[in-house]
Design a protein around this ligand. Structure first.
Ligand code: AMP
Ligand code: GLY
Length: 423
């Protein structure tokens, strides 16, 4: 079997490593992949948004199955385009990927089907939004409708910040046409949980829960990033809460999408806030999370390739999806300055004995050497019996990796550990 993976970050590296456990897969092609994957896949410099390029490459190389991992190609219809030429693919079609591609769509879906989420208003006119904000409860949350590289959410703690946010998104078009419409929503409080779930459009099988750390600096300070580290399982997500989420959120969402004629197949990401009034959806993503995948997939005991094919074939109900009861921690090593300006191109040293624990997100491979090439450079994952051991093990491995300008958070999992000690 020849498998193609669209995308090139740490998430894709974790997916590729897991796929390699299936012995029927003989070749994995990553588009664009990155130099750090050179032992696991053939990286080809075709961008994840180049849908025609991806389809042509898949046809020319007789690819049997494709995995489309990032949001952009999914929203652009990469799965539809591959299916059209007879190549089955993991991930939702464009009509279902809209659940992430448009926040207005997802909020309206939740309202229509009674799925718990923050109260909200939609605006297509900046003046109306500015008028509304004069008397709106503060803090408030302003969200650009479309994709915005994970930066389209602004939490305003004062009315002035809210006004600035509306102006920058709607009038100055900070996120381009993604800000033509905005959602202004109620500010929710509580622990956040990420739950990824496999679904074939009818059956939904949630994966182990996780916790992301989005801010750049220790103590949840600094700018929002793509994610600086994760732990799994998330201690706040008890069995009772999991049951409630299954009944009130996961199953209703899958059914709602089916009723709308937008059957969702692939991995649906539920970003949840455990409020004092119960769990509520803060966001849906139409894909695996990054770096959630780097802690979730190492805990998967079942065969990822079989599960992926079952989501495509509609046979997920008969497919085993089993997770280990261990704990995992992933620490992201980034380039100093990320998520703003940073320098890279520095030689990297990753000892061979820990290579299998490292998921590379941004690196070049030249003349037998790896060089940093990105904001997030790599993730280091450790799996162990307890959360504490998982965290310590991940940081031990981090100490063994060397490249100039490296920086990472020192407190990944600290909050979760406190929660387990409070129990
Ligand atoms: P997103 O880009 O949708 O992942 O949102 C980024 C972050 O903003 C989330 O992880 C939450 O921490 C926060 N957030 C989003 N919506 C809300 C909300 N309604 N109330 C409080 N925080 C929120
Ligand atoms: N880690 C958050 C995301 O993948 O969107």
């Amino acid at each position: 079997m020849k498998v193609l993976v669209v995308g090139g970050g740490g998430r894709e590296h974790a997916i590729i490593r897991k796929l390699k456990e299936n012995k029927s897969i003989k070749e994995i092609h990553a588009l664009p992949g990155n130099g750090g994957m050179h032992k696991d896949a053939i990286s080809v410099s075709i961008g994840a948004k180049d849908i025609d390029g991806i389809v042509n490459y898949a046809l020319e190389n007789k690819i049997d199955y494709a995995v489309v991992a990032p949001d952009d190609p999914l929203v652009l219809g990469c799965v539809n385009a591959l299916e059209k030429v007879g190549i089955p693919a993991f991930g939702p079609r464009a009509e279902a990927a809209i659940i992430e591609g448009s926040k207005v769509f997802s909020k309206n879906l939740m309202k229509k089907y009674g799925i718990p989420t923050a109260d909200y208003h939609v605006f297509s006119d900046a003046n109306e939004a500015l008028e509304y904000i004069k008397n709106a409860p503060i803090p408030t949350v302003i969200k650009a409708d479309g994709l915005a590289l994970g930066k389209g959410v602004i939490i305003a703690f004062t009315r002035e910040e809210a006004v600035d946010a509306i102006n920058s998104v709607m009038n100055d078009k900070k996120f381009g046409s993604s800000g033509d419409n905005i959602v202004i929503e109620e500010f929710l409080e509580g622990p956040e949980v990420s739950v990824l779930a496999f679904t074939d459009g009818n059956c939904v099988k949630p994966m182990v829960s996780s916790m992301d750390h989005k801010r750049a600096l220790d103590g949840d300070k600094g700018l929002n990033t793509g994610g600086m580290g994760t732990i799994a399982p998330n201690p706040y997500y008890t069995e009772k809460i999991a049951e409630e989420c299954m009944k009130k959120i996961f199953v209703p969402t899958i059914e709602a999408m089916k009723k709308e004629g937008r059957e969702f197949r692939g991995c649906l990401y539920f970003g949840l806030m455990l409020t004092k009034n119960g769990p509520k959806v803060i966001e849906y993503n139409c894909r695996f999370g990054d770096p959630e995948t780097q802690v979730v997939l190492p805990l998967l005991e079942s065969d990822l390739f079989e599960i992926m094919k079952a989501t495509t074939n509609g046979t997920l109900a008969e497919c085993e999806v089993k997770f280990s009861s261990k704990n995992a921690c992933c620490v992201i090593m980034a380039s100093k300055g990320y998520p703003e300006k940073y320098q890279n191109g520095f030689e990297m040293e990753i000892p061979e004995e820990i290579e299998s624990a490292v998921y590379v997100a941004g690196a070049k491979y030249e003349n037998g050497k790896l060089y940093s090439a990105g904001g997030r450079v790599l993730g280091v994952t450790h799996v162990d019996d307890t959360l504490k051991d998982a965290i310590n093990g991940a940081y031990d491995k981090v100490q063994k990796i060397k490249f100039d300008n490296a920086f990472y958070r020192h407190d990944i999992g600290a909050k979760a550990l406190l929660a387990t000690e409070e129990e």
